[in-house]
Every structure is written in C-alpha cells, then in structure tokens.
Design a protein around this ligand. Structure first.
Ligand code: NAP
Length: 247
C-alpha cells in the first residue's frame, strides 16, 4: 500500500537537494505533488516531467516563498489545479554565512525572509484550505543549527530556531481542526548547500557524528514521509532531529 495515495502535497524549494528527494518520495508513495523552485524554469519543467513518471499529477510552480503575495497566489493556483492541499513541506531555504560583526543587514534580512517569513506566508494561506477540509499536515524544515546555534550562522540559526517556535504555536492553534504541524531538524546532509564547505571541515564534522557519516537526502525524505502520512496521526508540535545523533 502506498502511504500517500490520494493526497495532495506541496513541497517548496524542490528543484534540488532535500526538497527534490521529498517530492520524489511523495510521488512514489502515490501523492499528487505541487512543488516550487525559484531560479531555473528549465530545471523546474524537467523535474515536473521526471516525477510524472510515477503516475500521479505533478506540477511545478516558479514562486518566491519569501514574498507574501506570491505565496498567496501559489496556494490559489494549487487549489485551482489540484482541488485541495493535504500536506505542506516548507523546505525552501538559503544560507548567507558570516560572523556577526561582518554580517550585513542585507544578509540578515535575506535569510530571515527566505527561511522564516516564507513559512508564515505559505502556512497562513494553506491553513485556510486545510481548515475548511478539517485535515492537514505541515512539515517545516529547521536545522540542528536552530537548536544548538553555530558560529558564523547567526542569521540562519535565528531563522531555524524561529521555525520551531512558529510550528509549536501553529500546532496549538490548528490542532482542533485536525491539522498537524511538525518540524524536521536535519543534521549535516550532503546537498549543493553543503558541497561548498571545505572537505577537511566536513571530515571533522563527520568524525564527530555518533553514526559517523553525513546524512543523505533519503534520510530526510523518509522522516518527512512519516510525518506527512497517517502513520504519525497523533503527533503534532514536535521537532524530529534527523542528524545521526549530533544533538
Ligand atoms: N543540507 C543540509 O545539511 C541541511 C541541514 C539542515 C537543514 N537544511 C535545510 O533543508 C532545506 C533544504 O536544504 P538543501 O540542502 O536541499 O538546499 P539546496 O540544495 O540549496 O536547495 C534549496 C532549495 O530552496 C529553493 N529556494 C531558495 N530560495 C527560495 C525562495 N525564495 N523561494 C522558493 N524556493 C527557494 C531553491 O530553489 P532554486 O534552486 O530554484 O533557487 C532550492 O530548490 C533548507 O531549508 C535548509 O536550510 C539543510
């Protein structure tokens, strides 16, 4: 049996990395998938075709999650195209690292807007749809860094910690409508976001992880599948660390 048969899911920031793998696993598990990307329409269209091979409805939308109006339009477009939204994975995220004394206001604002404000934007619009149907599951992508902080990532850590407080609040507000909201806090996962890091630094981190390896996008997508499916129907307001034991 497929775990997401008949459900419609939105995954933000699915052109690559973790979001792409989540969209793939969801389609494999029978979900109709709406996904977003920002940079390349070509890549977005290629992914749309690739995922359609699993036999469910898949549509990619170019949409900047940090812009409230675009998020509102996105949700309206998805409802028009799919009729409903059952699952939202707020995954889109960026880093603009730097030590506090060198961090520009722009780098602070960009990271907060893309990583945190985007979640307010998408969740506010999508929750209206879920409230009417009296069911839904939000999964918001935080990070170990949002739990324990990291030198050189004050903006990123603040955005990822904010996601946890936001999600716990939404879980309390919307629980009575059968809408769940949970957080995944990935550890160190190999994607383009982390490929830019110094290999020596990476090797040092891996040595410090109890499971002695970086995580894969499958590790995160499988946790996401659990929180999206009815297997987790009595779980809300939680932060699931998927980090090989880092935190
Ligand atoms: N990789 C890790 O080790 C790690 C650890 C902890 C948490 N995370 C979190 O997991 C999530 C995914 O990370 P990743 O490593 O897969 O990153 P990634 O490979 O850099 O992919 C980021 C995705 O977000 C999209 N995106 C960026 N800005 C956007 C915007 N304003 N609106 C819509 N989409 C936007 C990108 O789209 P385009 O390519 O089209 O620009 C891309 O699809 C992020 O929230 C990240 O903070 C990652």
């Amino acid at each position: 049996m497929k775990l997401l048969e008949g459900k419609t899911a939105l995954v933000t920031g699915a052109s690559k990395g973790i979001g792409r793998k989540i969209a793939e696993v969801f389609a494999q598990q029978g979900a109709n998938v709406a996904f977003t990307y920002l940079s390349s329409v070509e890549k977005g269209q290629a992914l749309e075709q690739e995922l359609q091979a699993f036999g469910t409805k898949v549509v990619g939308y170019r949409s900047d999650a940090s812009k409230f109006d675009e998020a509102e339009k996105l949700i309206n477009d998805i409802v028009a195209d799919f009729g409903t939204i059952d699952i939202v994975v707020n995954n889109a995220g960026i880093t603009k690292d730097g030590l506090l004394l060198r961090m520009t206001e722009e780098n602070w604002d960009d990271v907060i807007n893309v990583n945190l404000k985007s979640i307010f934007n998408v969740t506010k619009s999508a929750s209206k749809v879920m409230m009417k149907q009296r069911k839904g599951s939000f999964i918001n992508m935080s990070s170990v860094v949002g739990i324990q902080g990291n030198a050189g990532q004050a903006n990123y850590a603040a955005s990822k910690a904010g996601i946890i407080g936001f999600t716990k609040s939404v879980a309390k507000e919307l629980g009575s409508r059968n809408i769940r909201a949970n957080v995944i806090a990935p550890g160190f996962i190999r994607t383009e976001m982390t490929d830019v890091l110094d290999p020596q630094v990476v090797a040092g981190w891996e040595a410090g992880i109890p499971l002695k390896r970086a995580g894969s996008t499958d590790d995160i997508a499988n946790a996401c599948l659990f929180l999206a499916s009815d297997l987790s129907s009595y779980i809300t307001g939680q932060t699931l660390s998927v980090d090989g034991g880092m935190v």
